[in-house]
Design a protein around this ligand. Structure first.
Ligand code: S5P
Length: 273
């Protein structure tokens, strides 16, 4: 669809959701729209890389269930790093079950995701009850937010245009919790002067995985990549999610700096600054 020509500052000032506001404020203060997808399996390696790349990211995306030596102490250390470097934490849990089950998966188990994660995500295959279930967990917690998977990066995925439209409708009905989408394009109308706190003109944040600087051509399991400039200037994304191109790089700091400058310049071009 369209892209959003408002600045992150303008969007922060108007956004009704505290997690969206914090994210935009972090992006502005650190001049970065990079999210590190830290898909490593050792907690020490995750913490070490996060400490190194913390200054360059606005958001850290985890897959907590792939960690082989998970221990609750890991959560405290990760939360300390989020304060030290000023980034939010996004657990890419992709919930996909009925409301009553996701309540236990999000709030309980050994990971207690809702307690320490600012943002998580879900599929809406089960219908809107999944969002109601997840939201119910957050009632007595500090502000928490949800992203809905509206499109996927992988070849042959089953998220049709019709599915995407329904996902957007579900988001519009839940703007007190849903702040955006995991998507390949801006799937909802961009915010503008008529942006409202909720409903059809809500300002949703688009986060895009399957992003890489030139040189990485997918993998043997169907992953597909778009370059950062196209993702931001043509497809209208707000946050670039990058995994292997950072965490397998021999010099991840230099690589992260390349993403930060490419991503930020593309954003400035989009807002015409
Ligand atoms: O459509 C999607 C949605 C997600 S959240 N495609 C994806 O690749 N992801 C996640 O983004 C995926 O689970 C992985 O953690 C990351 C992409 O990693 P990369 O190594 O391919 O950059």
């Amino acid at each position: 669809m369209n892209f959003n020509s408002s600045s992150y500052e303008e969007r922060a000032a108007k956004h009704p959701h505290p997690v969206a506001r914090s994210l935009f404020e972090i992006m502005v203060s650190k001049k970065t729209n990079l999210c590190l997808s830290v898909d490593l399996t050792s907690s020490q390696e995750i913490l070490a890389l996060t400490d190194k790349l913390g200054p360059y990211i606005c958001l850290l995306k985890t897959h907590v269930d792939i960690i082989e030596d998970f221990d609750p102490d890991f959560i405290s250390k990760l939360s300390e790093l989020s304060l030290k470097h000023n980034f939010l934490i996004f657990e890419d849990r992709k919930f996909a079950d009925i409301g009553s089950t996701v309540i236990k998966q999000y709030g309980g188990g050994i990971y207690k995701i809702a307690e320490w994660v600012h943002i998580t995500n879900c599929h809406v295959l089960p219908g809107p009850g999944i969002v109601d279930g997840l939201k119910s967990v957050t009632r007595d917690l500090p502000p928490r937010a949800l992203l809905i998977l509206a499109e996927m990066s992988s070849k042959g995925n089953l998220l049709t245009d019709e599915y995407t439209k329904t996902a957007v409708e579900i988001a519009k009905n839940n703007t007190d919790f849903v702040i955006g989408f995991i998507a390949q394009h801006r799937v909802s109308e961009p915010s503008n002067d008529k942006t409202t706190a909720s409903g059809s003109n809500a300002d949703f944040i688009i986060m895009t995985p399957g992003v890489s600087l030139p040189g990485r051509d997918g993998d043997s399991f169907g992953q597909q990549y778009t370059n950062p400039e196209t993702a931001i200037c043509v497809n209208g994304t707000d946050v670039l999610i990058v995994g292997r191109d950072l965490f397998t790089n021999p010099d991840p700091v230099s690589r992260a700096k390349e993403y930060v400058s490419t991503g930020w310049n593309a954003y400035l071009k989009r807002i015409n600054k």
